[in-house]
Ligand binder design. Structure first.
Ligand SMILES: [Mg+2]
Length: 190
């Protein structure tokens, strides 16, 4: 069964944005701490890394406030697949980030003004209210990398979560998952 692009929405960090790459790069360049992707086995990274919680908080604050200056990148193929989806439907992003403006600017820059013209972006400021926004936006499927969010969405009627596979969600759910944007594309197009 194919999902029409108008029915699918996306989390940003860890799904559209390669937030882990930026975190690891900044930890190495600015704090001299080497982190390997497979070491990030917890969504709360301070719980699995030998790093001061203040340092982790500082890096995440920078990623939230100035994603462009941090060199935050899109996941492989995200731009291409999102552009393709935008020909058929609006693109809906629901992030738990507290501030909308910095990530809106980043999205506009990454997608280009034409595709960005199709973007609906919601910054909830918290993880647990995504279901109501997913409903409000008329979505049926939501892609997120946080296992807890996906498990919560799975209990909601009419919402099918899909886990974007990352080291911190491995083995924490039995829900459908994708491992790349090519996988997301296959959900919608043959
Ligand atoms: Mg995320």
């Amino acid at each position: 069964m194919r999902i029409h692009p108008s029915l699918i929405g996306f989390d940003i960090d860890g799904v559209v944005a390669d937030t882990m790459e930026a975190f690891i790069r900044i930890a190495a360049s600015d704090y001299g701490t080497i982190v390997l992707p497979e070491q990030i086995t917890e969504f709360q990274v301070e719980d699995c890394l030998d790093m001061a919680p203040e340092t982790v908080a500082e890096i995440f604050a920078r990623l939230l406030e100035e994603p462009i200056a941090c060199g935050l990148q899109m996941m492989p193929y995200a731009r291409k697949v999102l552009s393709e989806f935008s020909w058929q439907a609006p693109l809906t992003f629901i992030t738990a980030r507290p501030q909308k403006k910095p990530i809106a600017r980043w999205l506009k820059r990454e997608l280009g003004p034409q595709v960005y013209g199709q973007v609906r972006l919601i910054a909830t400021g918290e993880h647990d209210s995504k279901a109501e926004h997913i409903r409000k936006m008329g979505l049926a499927v939501f892609v997120d990398d946080r296992a807890q969010t996906c498990l919560q969405l799975a209990r909601e009627e009419g919402i099918s979560p899909i886990v974007y596979r990352q080291p911190w969600n491995r083995g924490r759910h039995a829900l459908p998952e994708v491992e790349s944007w090519l996988g997301i594309r296959r959900l919608c197009f043959a």
